[in-house]
Design a protein around this ligand. Structure first.
Ligand code: E4P
Length: 215
């Protein structure tokens, strides 16, 4: 299973990369705004900075919602760095854009996916990744993990190669359940990745071993 970090914060990306378990990065306009990255030139430079820290795929989201605009923005993003994946919203124009980029050999991430039907259409268009937002579904009393199960079943039924990128991951159990179901990727904040490491018996066991080592 791949781990992506869901942030535009360079220090956190570097920390995750240094752990040696990071496979890529996802960003979105809200995460860029959170870091105070404004203006087209600064935004593009920031994506390059991220690519220079990590070795894997880096999702960069288009802002346009019309086909021509998405193509223009997506091509500019893809030209920035070979690791860039063009992130495109699950709307009709977005599906057309995903198909266009697929035919040009440019990787895509279909974002804002909340149903199995949307995921099926994204796979048919050839998306490299599909991003179901499981935390946001949980927030509205709908089981996000069931959606991952449904998408896994559908993709396996037909051999779709689109990778399931579980997004809006809020806690370590989301990652563990996604791993059991067979999501290809989970993207989450650094705090969720580091939470996977923690266990009180590890801490108390280590304290005992260190104390005994001094005897
Ligand atoms: C990543 O691709 C998504 O944009 C992100 O995981 C959304 O997370 P949120 O629901 O916590 O904003």
């Amino acid at each position: 299973m791949k781990f992506f970090i869901d942030t535009a914060n360079l220090a956190q990306i570097k920390e995750a990369q240094d752990m040696g378990v990071l496979d890529g990065v996802t960003t979105n306009p809200s995460l860029m705004a959170k870091e105070g990255i404004k203006g087209q030139d600064n935004i593009l430079k920031h994506y390059v900075d991220i690519c220079n820290i990590v070795t894997g795929d880096v999702s960069a989201e288009v802002i346009a919602t019309d086909f021509d605009g998405m193509i223009r923005e997506g091509e500019a993003l893809a030209e920035l760095h070979p690791q860039i994946v063009v992130k495109i919203p699950m709307i009709k124009e977005g599906i057309k854009a995903i198909k266009y980029f697929t035919e040009k050999g440019i990787k895509t991430n279909c974002t804002l996916v909340f149903s199995a039907g949307q995921a099926l259409v994204a796979a048919k268009a050839g998306a490299t990744y599909v991003s179901p937002f499981i935390g946001r579904l949980d927030d509205v009393s709908t089981d996000g993990l069931s959606l991952i199960e449904d998408i896994r079943l559908i993709y396996d039924n037909f051999g779709y190669e689109t990778q399931i990128l579980a997004a809006s991951v809020r806690h370590p159990m989301h990652i563990i359940e996604c791993a059991k179901i067979g999501a290809d990727v989970a993207t989450c904040p650094l705090s969720v990745i580091t939470a996977l490491l923690k266990h009180p018996l590890t801490d108390s066991g280590l304290a005992t071993f260190l104390a005994d080592a001094k005897k």
